[in-house]
Write a protein that binds this ligand. Structure first.
Ligand SMILES: Cc1cc2nc3c(=O)[nH]c(=O)nc-3n(C[C@H](O)[C@H](O)[C@H](O)COP(=O)(O)OP(=O)(O)OC[C@H]3O[C@@H](n4cnc5c(N)ncnc54)[C@H](O)[C@@H]3O)c2cc1C
Length: 359
């Protein structure tokens, strides 16, 4: 990855609206880079309700949050192509928190992330929802930056857990589904010992998941430790044990090889409020005609924006992304004809989508 990338647009937030924003920009011939602090796309749909049903997306009578994210990703793929060699898309930057957006004075913006990525863009689309999703932590300073503490169950993390004693912290869907997923791994990839750490002997999860974990506990394949972690022992950049205060007020040491903290996500508005746009009740004020913010060239779409009549619904976010893309295209390419083209009949759109005409 070069240290500085030039692009037409940067979309901040890979939730459903950010994904559809890239699609609409692509139809209009504008190339976008997409950034999210989470390790996967989908925003709230994947972080908060992956398996819950959605009934009000036009033309899709029923899909889950995760299915919607997958459908949107498939739809936008022509404009986020995969590199054949790496299998990755060079325009998608996951695990990056956008920390700064600065106008450069020449009609460009400099967008910077906490991981040192710098993008120079002619327009910025803030699709940041309620803010950057960050995992809830255990509030123990010694866990910060520890190399064996994980918050996401991605492939790299799973690869590190085989044959290890893994402690999963939490009592909700995220923690329990991680326990079930880890016990279902094949021999060699599975942790040798699995402990679920929760402050009480009751979970707040879907009944089916709850029952699955109760079975694993009854069979002895998973151990339950009830209590609050209050301290721990750090060694060689990792955590070796936690001190857990039990309901009997006795503190016990819980040794571990890896700690997987799965206590849910909470959105933090954080940096968005420092980029100079006018805010109203912690949301970005926009024009309902263009979805441009008070800073020319920065648009805000989806749950992050506010205007008269605003509804925080997927459908409304998709509408906003469409109008914002058209407004940006008219500003960035004023000499180009601004006719409305249909995906059904336009050869130009077929070419951009990479589809054969009429197919
Ligand atoms: C339980 C639940 C059920 C719902 N059901 C429905 C429904 O049935 N129908 C419906 O229409 N709507 C529903 N919604 C609302 C819908 O999910 C939201 O309107 C939609 O997710 C908004 O999409 P978005 O892309 O604007 O924001 P989000 O989905 O919140 O995505 C924003 C993304 O931006 C990222 N981000 C923010 N700031 C930064 C930063 N500085 N750097 C990097 N990344 C950043 C976040 O990590 C996040 O991934 C539901 C919501 C919930 C919570």
């Amino acid at each position: 990855m070069p240290s500085m990338v030039d692009t037409d647009a940067v979309v901040i937030g890979a939730g459903p609206v950010g994904l559809f924003q890239v699609f609409q920009l692509g139809l209009l011939g504008l190339k976008a880079h997409l950034i999210d602090v989470l390790p996967e796309v989908g925003g709230q749909c994947v972080a908060l309700y992956p398996d819950k049903p959605i009934y009000d997306v036009p033309g899709v009578p029923l899909c889950t949050g995760r299915e919607l994210a997958r459908l949107l990703l498939n739809q936008v793929r022509p404009f986020l192509p995969l590199n054949v060699a790496s299998g990755q898309c060079e325009q998608v930057h996951l695990g990056h928190l956008v920390s700064e957006v600065q106008a450069e004075g020449d009609g460009h913006f400099l967008v910077q992330t906490d991981h040192g990525l710098q993008l120079r863009a002619r327009s910025v689309f803030v699709a940041a929802g309620a803010g950057a999703f960050v995992p809830r932590t255990l509030n123990l300073p010694m866990l910060e930056g520890a190399k064996n503490v994980h918050y996401h169950l991605d492939d790299a993390t799973i690869g590190a857990l085989g044959g290890q004693h893994v402690v999963v912290s939490g009592g909700g869907d995220e923690a329990l589904s991680a326990v079930v997923a880890l016990t279902a791994l094949p021999d060699g990839q599975r942790p040798s010992e699995l402990t679920l750490l929760h402050r009480r002997d009751q979970f707040q999860a879907e009944p089916e998941l709850d029952a699955q974990v109760r079975n694993l506990l009854a069979s002895g394949r998973v151990k339950l430790v009830v209590g609050m972690p209050t301290d721990g022992v750090a060694q060689d950049g990792g955590v070796r044990s936690l001190t857990v205060l039990g309901p009997d007020s006795v503190a016990r040491e819980l040794t571990l090889d890896h700690l997987l903290v799965r206590q849910g996500m909470s959105p933090k508005l954080g940096p968005v409020s420092q980029w100079g746009m006018s805010l109203e009740r912690k949301q970005v004020s926009v024009s309902p005609a263009t979805f441009e913010s008070s800073t020319a060239g920065i648009y805000a779409v989806g749950d992050i924006n506010i205007y008269p009549g605003k509804k925080r619904l997927l459908l409304c976010g998709f509408h906003e992304a469409t109008l914002a893309a058209h407004a940006a295209a008219a500003t960035l390419n004023p000499e180009a004809p601004q006719h409305l083209l249909y995906t059904t009949t336009s050869p130009l759109l077929h070419q951009r989508l990479g589809v054969l005409q009429g197919h």
